[in-house]
Design a protein around this ligand. Structure first.
Ligand code: GLA
Length: 352
């Protein structure tokens, strides 16, 4: 087939929120594999975390074909959006939101408050003295209004707070400056500010190891308490950075059921599966990874409360798990390999 014609065949139109969106120039070698997102369209959107520089590369084409939701891997973290008080830099986040808009994809916002990415200026008055509780809350409100307000109607769900629970922390909360300076109410305020800024966004608490029984009990109690106080919490984000053994699929199933019983949504927000934990990846481990991904997707699909599944990356070419690994010893946690080709895990997931 002449190249031009092949391009046309590989173009497609998709309907998102009632609008026809044209996704063009998908290379035939990408388009010949069924789209993950269209395969799961009746159940939930399939997302990936991205950096803006990936969008105009081949990884961006893979993204547009297989995924219908994006999360900013880093671009929306507070220290990146407002490095200096009052000086916002939205360029990277805008590039991701614009790409999503052009391709009819949803955007999950990540994140409005995270202890690791709160810029230092939050904690100081102009004269260098420690900031008061009132000042910190006012800064939080300003930040949340600026960010969630800017993306109102374009970011459909926010990880309002990230990693606030700790099973050994005071009152089951992580012992951070947020807790020390503001007290446990900082969480409720973050949700209220997000609600003011974008009344239509779905609002989530996002955390890791949500399947670990002690931590899970803390998180369940926190969600129930917040909702009993009328705080607008719509769901829990389960990060789901997992490996070949833990957590068991049964624990995931049980966890999703426990949160569903509270009446909240579950988003799988940062899914990846390390296969390099105790041994080098090889064909046998790739097959085990495929089987485990298939079993997990079966569980996700069995829970109507699971309303989104997002991977923490597009392909093994870029994953946070390799940030500290040597080139000879790379992990392969996602569905596409470092050359962007589908792995056994991809084929297992599109069968489900
Ligand atoms: C946590 C955060 C993410 C990302 C990952 C990996 O899961 O929520 O934003 O930073 O760690 O670094």
């Amino acid at each position: 087939m002449p190249l031009r014609l092949r391009m046309i065949v590989a173009s497609f139109a998709t309907v998102v929120n009632g609008c026809a969106v044209v996704v063009d120039r998908v290379p035939p070698d990408i388009a010949r594999h069924p789209s993950l997102a269209r395969h799961h369209a009746a159940k939930f959107p399939i997302g990936a975390a991205v950096e803006p520089w990936q969008l105009e590369t081949r990884a961006g084409q893979l993204l547009a074909w297989h995924f219908n939701s994006v999360t900013a891997e880093n671009a929306m973290k507070p220290a990146n959006l407002q490095p200096v008080e009052g000086r916002f830099d939205f360029a990277a986040a805008d590039a991701i939101v614009d790409f999503a808009g052009r391709h009819g994809m949803k955007v999950r916002g990540h994140t409005l408050l995270w202890h690791e990415e709160t810029p230092e200026w939050f904690w100081r008055e102009a004269d260098g003295k420690p900031a008061t509780r009132e000042r910190v809350l006012e800064r939080l409100r300003t930040h949340v209004h600026a960010v969630a307000g800017r993306y109102r109607g374009r970011v459909y769900a926010w990880d309002v707070v990230n990693e606030v629970v700790h099973p050994l922390g005071p009152g089951c909360l992580r012992d951070t400056r947020w807790l020390q300076v503001v007290g446990p109410e900082y969480i409720a305020w973050a949700f209220r500010y997000a609600r003011e800024a974008d009344p239509s966004a779905r609002l989530f608490l996002n955390d890791f190891e949500t399947t670990e029984p002690t931590k899970r009990a803390c998180l369940l109690r926190l969600v129930a308490d917040l909702r009993a106080q009328g705080v607008p919490v719509h769901g829990v984000g389960h990060q789901m950075h997992i490996d070949l053994e833990k957590p068991t699929v049964a624990e995931v199933d049980k966890t999703l059921g426990l949160f569903a019983a509270l009446g909240v949504e579950g988003h799988i927000t940062e899914l990846d599966m390390s296969i390099a934990a105790n041994a080098a990846p090889g064909p046998a481990r790739l097959e085990r990874q495929a089987a485990r991904y298939a079993a997990l997707f079966e569980v996700f699909m069995a829970h109507p409360s699971v309303t989104a599944v997002s991977f923490w990356g597009i392909s093994d070419a870029r994953t946070w798990l390799n940030a500290k690994r040597s080139p000879a010893d790379l992990d392969q946690p996602l569905l596409f390999d470092a050359q962007l080709a589908p792995k056994p895990a991809y084929f297992a997931v599109v069968k489900k």
